[in-house]
Design a binder for this molecule. Structure first.
Ligand SMILES: [Zn+2]
Length: 456
């Protein structure tokens, strides 16, 4: 018997018991909405047209907002890469608490002591388990291979479909993946669905024909991280020919924008299928859309993501949309602050409301020892921590603190040296305490990360 039919059978049995004891005494339980988290992996807020970007990169998000969805374009992802952020979405606690993130050894000497990632602690309850307890059917489909069982991120999901490699579920391959995932689910039963759309994550595919600005683009870009003489390494080491540098930066920027557009297209397909198949008919769909991190596109002469607390790496969109539902149905209204921690995703999904009080807006980004070593110590090397109060930001970078007014200096080009606040010192201390090797890491995690391109 499949899991789905087991659940249907159990529900049917409960109904019969209820009728037997006198159903007339029981008020009908209110129908439970379908609850959906969409993580648009690697999508930074300032490259979305819905957040004011000049290129039309996000028509789907724009349409949602035009139809009443709430949006923040200044949300800060709880982590700097996929694992810590998803672990925070799923547990409601920060990476310094759940400790699922990159861990390094040899960091002081940059001696290439390796880089590892610690999976989510199995003692921490997950949101999928919470929804299961409420009688929901739970499903996870991810185009990002890191959102997987070997990282402990599948716990509580009854159905799991995770790409084994970047690119397997992106571009046009997303649609059959979605069809397969949704077609066998019961649209009438309450559903908790998490979807990771990874088009904006490297490698970036060839542009879609639906972009009217697509003629500006070439083919996709794939960073060759192991090739010390390739564009990626030469750029980061500052050894690229100065004549070539602007062209390379423009190519990276263009390929990324095209990839964001494709992520938005694939979001449209998923939401359309949800509506067409009736998942939002019985009690509506509560949909939370965000990203797990951004992407460095040459700011601070950096590329890639995962190990920086700069805006480009951590400023993401956060959107709450309500779709479908019976006539007269009302949702709790949510007013998203412009600057908010992505940690609130957990409560928005569970309750439809923001937590009170709101969590501090902060992030810790741990370094990547091996990449730092292979790049002669010019990138991926520092532990960073940051804390925000609106547009005021304090950035701690390996012991030194800079303050920024992002309203005047959105690219963080001219920080003022300052003393760390107590809260920032405490955050940085927590990050340093957790910057340790973990010899007990499961070998399968290492192999999975290698296969996914995170480890060399
Ligand atoms: Zn990610």
């Amino acid at each position: 018997m499949t899991k789905t039919s087991q659940i249907l059978f159990a529900t049917g049995a409960l109904s019969l018991v209820a009728v037997g004891v006198g159903a007339w005494l029981l008020a009908p339980a209110p129908a439970q909405p379908t609850v959906v988290l969409v993580v648009m992996d690697t999508v930074r807020a300032d490259h979305l047209s819905v957040c004011g970007y000049e290129r039309e990169t996000s028509p789907t998000l724009k349409a949602l907002v035009a139809n009443g969805a709430q949006i923040s374009c200044g949300a800060i992802s709880p982590g700097a890469w996929t694992l810590p952020s998803h672990a925070s979405f799923f547990t409601g606690v920060m990476p310094t608490e759940h400790q699922a993130h990159s861990i390094s050894s040899g960091i002081d000497s940059f001696a290439g002591g390796g880089n590892r990632a610690r999976p989510l602690d199995e003692r921490l309850p997950t949101i999928a388990e919470r929804f299961s307890e409420r009688g929901y059917q739970t499903g996870l489909v991810s185009a990002n291979p890191v959102v997987s069982g070997s990282m402990g991120l599948d716990r509580g999901f009854q159905d799991v479909d995770v790409a084994t490699r970047f690119g397997h579920y992106t571009n046009s391959r997303w649609k059959p993946t979605m069809d397969l995932f949704l077609d066998h689910r019961d649209p009438v039963a309450p559903q908790f669905i998490v979807v990771n759309i990874a088009d904006a994550h490297q490698p970036w595919g060839a542009p879609s024909s639906n972009m009217d600005w697509s003629s500006e683009y070439g083919v996709g870009i794939f960073y060759s991280k192991k090739n010390r003489e390739g564009d990626y390494s030469r750029y980061l080491r500052g050894e690229m020919d100065p004549m070539r540098t602007p062209h390379f930066e423009a190519q990276v920027n263009d390929a990324y924008d095209a990839a964001v557009f494709m992520a938005d297209e694939n979001l449209a397909y998923f939401l359309d299928r949800l509506l067409q198949l009736g998942f939002c008919e019985t009690a509506g769909c509560r949909v939370v859309i965000t990203s797990d991190h951004g992407e460095m596109l040459g700011e601070h002469r950096l590329l890639d993501h995962g190990h920086y607390a700069y805006q480009s790496n951590v400023e993401v969109p956060l959107i709450v949309a309500h779709l479908g539902g019976p006539e007269g149905m009302e949702w709790d209204s949510v007013e998203l602050p412009e600057r908010v921690s992505g940690l609130v995703v957990h409560d928005l999904l569970l309750t439809g409301r923001l937590p009170d009080p709101l969590p501090a807006v902060q992030v810790v980004a741990w370094p990547h020892a091996r990449r730092c070593s292979s790049l002669d110590g010019v990138a991926f090397c520092n532990l960073q921590a940051a804390i925000w109060d609106g547009d005021q930001k304090l950035l701690w970078d390996q012991g030194e603190t800079l303050s920024f007014d992002l309203s005047l200096d959105p690219d963080e080009e001219a920080g003022t040296p300052t003393a760390a606040s107590d809260a920032l010192s405490k955050l940085a201390r927590a990050g340093r305490q957790d910057e340790r090797d973990d010899k007990k890491m499961d070998i399968t995690v290492t192999e999975m990360l290698k296969a996914a391109g995170y480890l060399d």
